[in-house]
Design a protein around this ligand. Structure first.
Ligand code: DQA
Length: 144
């Protein structure tokens, strides 16, 4: 079962970004953890990251025909204004979970708005990087 994990802009900077907000796990360690935990859940995990909106959309479109069965996505700041990513997500008809490392609902006002979440099944926030594991568990549950 192929599970795609998409991370948007600046998430490759985990470990360098404000550690009080995002924790100290860096992006490589996150991917390693997701590959391992995903395998325990029966997933072959692909970690994809891009700082570019169009590249993220291209990768989401590819997921239509590459055997992907579920998606975990942290669109980063695109969450708050990318209707293009929203529309790309809408086309995908497998379990989709949006995850945010930080508690976006209790930060600046602009972070409270997610234009992408309505195109996903579930939105998680504020669980740190463990939220990605929780998101994979939700995908698995929804595939049953
Ligand atoms: C984030 C929250 C966004 O507001 C921010 O722009 C990010 C990361 C999170 O995981 O908490 O880049 O999506």
């Amino acid at each position: 079962m192929k599970l795609l994990v998409v991370n948007g802009p600046n998430l490759n900077m985990l470990g360098f970004r404000d550690k009080n907000v995002y924790g100290s796990t860096d992006y490589a360690a996150l991917c390693e953890m997701l590959t391992k935990k995903g395998a325990e859940l029966g997933f072959e995990v692909e970690c994809y990251q891009s700082n570019h909106e169009g590249a993220i959309i291209d990768r989401l479109q590819e997921a239509l025909s590459d055997g992907t069965v579920g998606l975990v996505i942290n669109p980063g700041a695109y969450t708050h204004y990318s209707y293009a990513i929203h529309d790309a997500l809408e086309i995908l008809h497998f379990p989709k979970v949006e995850i945010h490392i930080s508690d976006v609902d209790n930060r600046e006002d602009f972070r409270k708005i997610s234009v992408t979440a309505p195109a996903c099944d579930v939105k998680l926030a504020g669980e740190g990087v463990q939220g990605y594991v929780h998101a994979m568990e939700i995908v698995k549950e929804r595939l049953k």
